[in-house]
Design a protein around this ligand. Structure first.
Ligand SMILES: NC(=O)c1ccc[n+]([C@@H]2O[C@H](COP(=O)([O-])OP(=O)(O)OC[C@H]3O[C@@H](n4cnc5c(N)ncnc54)[C@H](OP(=O)(O)O)[C@@H]3O)[C@@H](O)[C@H]2O)c1
Length: 342
């Protein structure tokens, strides 16, 4: 790195998007990479894969009444990434090691490893799997279903966004826990995949006209556990179908991320009061100390063929904003990843 002049491509957040993101919300830049002068504990990372995480759309909003970050205007868009260490002043991260970390939409980035604590990817895990079946979303699903939701055998578990990265793993972990699992997804192709490949008990298309009736017919005793990635009307439909002492796990609210003002919550909250129903949000960071054990379970289930997963990899640094936008149109089939080795 020190002797060669390299170019650093970046996608900056040009302005705060209003509604759905458009190309002009981002600015492309290309500059020579300055020779890095690393300080103690710093590493220089070459970004390889970028995870398209829907919540990044929230981070693009102005600072507001939320616990989440707000990305500064004029800086590279922050995103979970897989990178390779190309220069290092930290003994845990030798040159050549592959890491997952919070990075950004740029080729090279200097990271203080003590502050960000990147995770080193073991040799026997591919970079794609490190963002996919063993990545942030899969681990979130693991803790959401088992710890927050306390899934039990014979529960009726309903998962929204079920054909996506987080949802498909959540649904299959529910099957492993012995639940009757119903997935909610957009369109027949995703629903077919959930039943035929992921072996869910049923899948319901939320875009169908009689969605609420079909879901009700699949849950004759009500929903014991609702794992929600979507919010909005899908959440409302589930609230109306919850069984007594049921639990709603709020993993995300993708249906509302493009709204300028905080979205309306579900109506009919007295149903939760009278039914003794809980509703709780969570982040994976809550379970940081249990990651190793969770990963061991995910690896075993994958080896045993109990976890089906798929990655939707799109090549090209120049396409990153467009690739990211696809997740809000439901165009992704599995974990949406931008590969930037071009
Ligand atoms: N709490 C946490 O720590 C945590 C961690 C990771 C992810 N999450 C959340 O989990 C959710 C899923 O994220 P992911 O990364 O796994 O993405 P994903 O499910 O792979 O992709 C998002 C999917 O959401 C669906 N969708 C998009 N817009 C929608 C809308 N307006 N209404 C209903 N469905 C819509 C689309 O599927 P369809 O074709 O089925 O519509 C799309 O494919 C997000 O809400 C995310 O913020 C939370």
């Amino acid at each position: 790195v020190t002797n060669v002049t390299r170019t650093n491509r970046q996608w900056l957040l040009r302005r705060r998007p209003v509604g759905t993101i458009v190309a002009d919300d981002f600015e492309y830049r290309e500059d020579p990479l300055p020779i890095p002068q690393l300080r103690e504990s710093e590493i220089l990372m070459k970004t390889r894969l970028v995870l398209c995480a829907p919540t990044m759309r929230n981070w693009m909003d102005p600072p507001g009444n939320g616990f989440y970050r707000s990305m500064p205007i004029g800086t590279p868009v922050i995103a979970p990434v897989v990178g390779e260490v190309v220069a290092s002043r930290h003994s845990r991260y030798p040159v050549g090691s592959r890491i997952t970390t919070l990075g950004s939409w740029q080729d090279f980035q200097t990271i203080n490893a003590e502050v960000l604590s990147p995770r080193v990817i073991p040799d026997d895990i591919t970079s794609l799997d490190a963002l996919g079946v063993f990545g942030l979303n899969a681990l979130t699903a693991y803790f959401g279903v088992l710890r927050v939701g306390g899934a039990k055998a014979a529960d009726t578990l309903v998962v929204s966004g079920a054909a996506g990265s987080t949802g498909s793993i959540a649904a299959q972990i529910g099957k492993i826990a012995g639940c009757r699992v119903i997935g909610i997804a957009g369109g027949p192709a995703k629903c077919d995949w959930l039943v035929k490949e992921c072996k869910l008990d049923a899948a319901v298309d939320y875009k169908a006209k009689d969605f609420a009736d079909i879901l009700a017919s699949q849950c004759p005793l009500g929903i014991n556990l609702f794992y929600d990635n979507v919010g909005g009307e899908v959440l409302q439909t589930a609230v109306n179908l919850m069984a007594r002492r049921g639990c709603i796990v709020l993993c995300g609210q993708i249906a509302t991320y493009n709204e300028s003002r905080p979205a309306e919550g579900p109506r009919n909250m007295m149903r939760l009061v009278y039914g003794g129903i809980s509703m709780r949000g969570f982040l994976i960071t809550e379970f940081e100390h249990e990651l190793t054990a969770a990963l061991a379970d995910l690896r075993r289930w994958k080896e045993e063929g109990k976890l089906i997963h798929r990655e939707d990899v799109r090549n090209g640094f120049r396409n990153i904003p467009e690739t990211f936008g696809a997740i809000f149109k439901g165009e992704n089939m599995g974990t949406l990843i931008a590969a930037i080795d071009d």
